[in-house]
Write a protein that binds this ligand. Structure first.
Ligand code: 5GP
Length: 210
């Protein structure tokens, strides 16, 4: 019997610590992370095929034209997108597939996959977000400002997510998300196979009486 995987979308303000939370979550169960394509330059510690597929704008645009992306968005002057094949193959195999993507793409995926679970991660305060971005030191102050402005716009739309989780303590945040996903697996509307089996068993037991 094939358990159906859940498509999990994790978004959050820049600096909320999404990457660390996702890393932690991956160690907690049957999760697999989709690697996105992007046109932004790699950070010093990033590797092609590990954090992202770092592609040219031409490559990216031809992926759009060939319908190879489930969704894509422009974020602070760069393209980001989710390769379709990887996601579809892994969901079919019953894996919980994590997309760590921004809001516009998240809502686009939700429109296509009605049963996707949307989780938004934030730091406890805006001051903390700004401090984390500055401490990370991977972006210029110009880009940090762009990202904070984008976060301000995103704050308006958080209510479209299914869950919001505060990342104050990394372990607790990852545990909270794992608990949410375990509960999602138990939703009655995801349990069609169990329902069908139980009905068959009743029919067998009550043969001749119903
Ligand atoms: P960063 O440059 O900090 O790695 O990512 C910038 C933003 O792009 C983050 O909010 C991240 O979640 C989002 N992002 C990463 N990959 C994708 C993707 O495939 N699609 C979309 N829509 N957003 C993405």
């Amino acid at each position: 019997m094939n358990k159906k995987g859940i498509l999990i979308i994790i978004s959050g303000f820049s600096g909320a610590g999404k990457g660390s939370v996702v890393k932690e979550l991956l160690s907690k169960g049957d999760y697999i992370l989709s690697i996105s394509s992007t046109t932004r330059a790699p950070r010093e510690y990033e590797e092609h095929g590990r954090e992202y597929f770092f592609d040219t704008r031409d490559d990216f645009e031809s992926m759009i034209d060939n319908n190879e992306l489930i969704e894509w968005a422009s974020y602070c002057d760069n393209y980001y997108g989710t390769p379709r094949k990887f996601v579809e193959n892994n969901l079919e195999q019953g894996k919980n597939v994590i997309l760590e993507i921004e809001m516009q793409g998240a809502l686009d995926v939700k429109a296509q996959y009605d049963d996707a679970v949307l989780i938004f991660i934030t730091a406890p305060s805006v001051a903390e977000l700004k401090a984390r971005l500055e401490k990370r030191g991977t972006e210029s102050s110009d880009i940090i400002n762009k990202r904070l402005k984008r976060s301000y716009e995103e704050a308006e739309v958080i209510n479209k997510y299914d869950y919001i989780v505060v990342n104050d303590d990394l372990q607790k945040c990852a545990n909270d998300i794992n608990t949410i996903i375990n509960a999602e697996h138990k939703r009655a509307n995801r349990s069609g196979e169990l329902k069908d089996r139980l009905k068959d068993e009743f029919a067998e037991l009550l043969k001749g009486e119903i």
